[in-house]
Write a new protein. Structure first.
Length: 99
């Protein structure tokens, strides 16, 4: 296991100190950048009382996006399985024709 490295991240108007794996640092920083961009977008387009409202909006958006990707992954997996079964049927038919 790699040793964790400290990282200071800014979400909304607060700074957090977290520990992450070195290999995940770039992904974490890109995710934080995306979250902050969405916060700014929600602040610009929607009325909210405070930063917590905008962070909640981003959380809902982010969770929805994750669910979409999960559903797409399931669909891709099912499609791949169906294609694999079809490929086996074709291979079997070709082998039967050769005999």
């Amino acid at each position: 296991m790699q040793e964790l490295i400290p990282a200071n991240i800014l979400i909304g108007d607060r700074t957090y100190r977290i520990k992450i794996e070195p290999a995940e640092e770039e992904m974490v920083r890109k995710t934080i950048k995306l979250i902050n961009e969405r916060i700014l977008e929600f602040k610009t387009n929607f009325a909210g009382k405070d930063m917590q409202d905008y962070i909640a909006m981003v959380l809902i958006w982010f969770a929805t996006e994750q669910n979409k990707m999960g559903n797409e992954w399931i669909t891709l997996k099912e499609t791949a399985e169906k294609l694999g079964a079809l490929e086996q049927q074709i291979a079997k038919a070709l082998n039967d024709d050769k005999q």
